[in-house]
Design a protein around this ligand. Sequence first.
Ligand SMILES: Cc1ncc(COP(=O)(O)O)c(C=O)c1O
Ligand SMILES: N[C@@H](CCSC[C@H](N)C(=O)O)C(=O)O
Length: 442
Amino acid sequence: MTTPTPDGIAKTVSQLDLDGHDLPPSPAPSTPSNGRSKYALATELVYTESGDQYNSSSMPIYQSATFKGGPGQEYDYSRSGNPTRTHLERHLAKIMNANRALVVSSGMGACDVITRILKPGDEVVTGDDLYGGTNRLLTYMKDNGGIIVKHVDTTKLDRVKAALSDKTAMVLLETPTNPLIKIVDIAGIATAAHEANPNAVVSVDNTMMSPYLQNPLDLGADVTYESGTKYLSGHHDVMAGVIGVNSAALGDKFYFMINSTGCGLAPFDSWLLLRGIKTLAVRMEKQQANAMAIAQFLETHGFKVRYPGLKSHSQYALHWSQARGAGAVLSFETGSIALSERIVESTKLFGISVSFGCVNSLISMPCRMSHASIDPATRKERALPEDIIRLCVGIEDLTDLIDDLSQALVRAGAVTLTSEGFVAKETESEETGTTTQVVDEP
Ligand SMILES: Cc1ncc(COP(=O)(O)O)c(C=O)c1O
Ligand SMILES: N[C@@H](CCSC[C@H](N)C(=O)O)C(=O)O
């Protein structure tokens, strides 16, 4: 499998030394467990009841703001409800193992709807590694809405327990976290939160996994939500947010907020999301297979890689106890901000862009991009390394992806190519927020 490249850099898939890298366990059968679905999840993703009177194979886009007929009719105004959106919500409820799903105009829109149930004086317990936008919204609510927000290391159950009280109105979790790929024990924290306050609403941001790989409601969460902009859509052509609940009362509250604020997903965007969901299984399988090989490639070459498919991940067992796959986002450190910048600027196939879950592979420096809204002092306090590089792996040919990374690592001066293969170089020493460095390969 060795092909020359224009740069003369040997192809690298065949050079991968995967010895000592066990493959992750085979995924558990991905059939939702609550009896709502007849088929395996990959089948359910594709299979939808026809949504209209003509038995159309693809639910039509009801591009109409109003519906005639007067009081008592199912739809009157698309802010309040739209047939294309309803069709998507029913399909999602089945896939998310939820009694009810609601869709809004973005992932942050979903987070906003959920957190609007909080009142001044309420306490929120959340993580110390969070998507930058979630951190920004919670900080705004703390500064302007009288909400007490406690950021703790949610990988430590005892620290979460210490932060919980009968004033805890909400627990907001991400797992794996973005971008440090920390794993959070959903079931353990949900139990502790409900013991502290039976009315506490445990919400899990499932964006990094999607319902194909993880179902937080089955693990005791009250709310699962995610950015549909990512894996569900898969093509970076639509912004969407998705919320799933089992409680009818919570569903009604969230619907009230959506109708009142007007953030329900538009008909065309609902249709795009419906189309994206049908290919979620094949996309995710290919993306995570590519991600696993890339994580192994980087680890083999001396980088500290954060990916839950790697046995070296300190919370590997916890992740696989609650999820069916590792996803396609990984991060790694180089020990030098300047070196990370050179690597990011040297890739050709990995596009420099925020977001993830798309068919195209992306590369980014979270501290400059997705997490730039977290101020530098807070990033340092929370040990978010300034040199961290995040890779979001797509469905491209694996050899091409590894070649692209290889030439970028060589061009950036992170590794050199010798007759023995790649040799990692000593890093430039620099303050990055961590102690990680690129190590010499034996
Ligand atoms: C983990 C996570 N949650 C929520 C969001 C917000 O989603 P959106 O961009 O669709 O508003 C993002 C990314 O933006 C994310 O990475
Ligand atoms: N400018 C945006 C940044 C979006 S980040 C998108 C995504 N969640 C990611 O992690 O890449 C903003 O300020 O919100």
